[in-house]
Design a protein around this ligand. Sequence first.
Ligand code: PGA
Length: 282
Amino acid sequence: MRRPLIVGAQKLYLGLDQAIEFARRLVEETRDKSYPFDIAICPSHIKLALVAQVLAGSKIGLGAQNVHQEENGPFTGQVAISELLELGVHYIIVGHSEARGEFSESSEDVHKKLQICLKRREKTVTPIVCVGETKQERIDGKSKEVIEKDIRIIFNNIRRDEFDVENVVIAYEPVWAIKGGKDDKLTEPASPEVANEMHFFIRQLLSKIYGHKIGEQVRILYGGSVNAANTQPYLRQPEIDGLLVGSASIKIESFLQILDKGAERMSEPQSTEARKELVVSN
Ligand code: PGA
């Protein structure tokens, strides 16, 4: 059973005081509730230390929005994994589309970032690896090809006997569905069915690379214009194990609504529709 996860990635929004107030409210409002999923927020790096203090001892995990691929060295302006771990970060987003491309983060860099996260077995940090095709790639019918190529580079030589691959979280984030993102939108946002199909494809691919058991264990989140109104339709899809929320995680009310919708959805009886079996050859 995969435990779902809902992450608020707050990008470069909120001032220091606003981020602290957001975290304080979140801790307070969630304290007496129980959620059948994990919850985390990822403020920008400069706010991590302060937000960590507010989240300490609560059910909310702390996440970072990126990490440098090297342990240390002459890398001005970068943040090292050891620093994030000292702050008590539980999750690290790598390969977000807003960090790729014009900020020249390549699939090879994302691979190194994943490796550096997984090396730290003694301190659990969960990498959230983002993948997603652009609008043009979808129009050209290349979505799956692009995702497969990217995943194969990112996971290249990440061996299951050496690393806890099952601990990795993947976020499928079609670049064209990200609100206010750098890619033009398609006329329709990613429907839950389209997202589910892509998640199924990613899971099959992981099963091919790592075997059925690991393929079944890896959590795959959906991200791109998630809000309270579409939370339940996404979470009803059998391959969607949670959400990576951007803009709707900046206002506390909207993030709390998403959490409530998620909890409501998970108390519904399971769909009777048979889940497609993963038929893969290793
Ligand atoms: P959005 O962002 O929810 O604002 O579309 C998602 C993301 O960039 O992860």
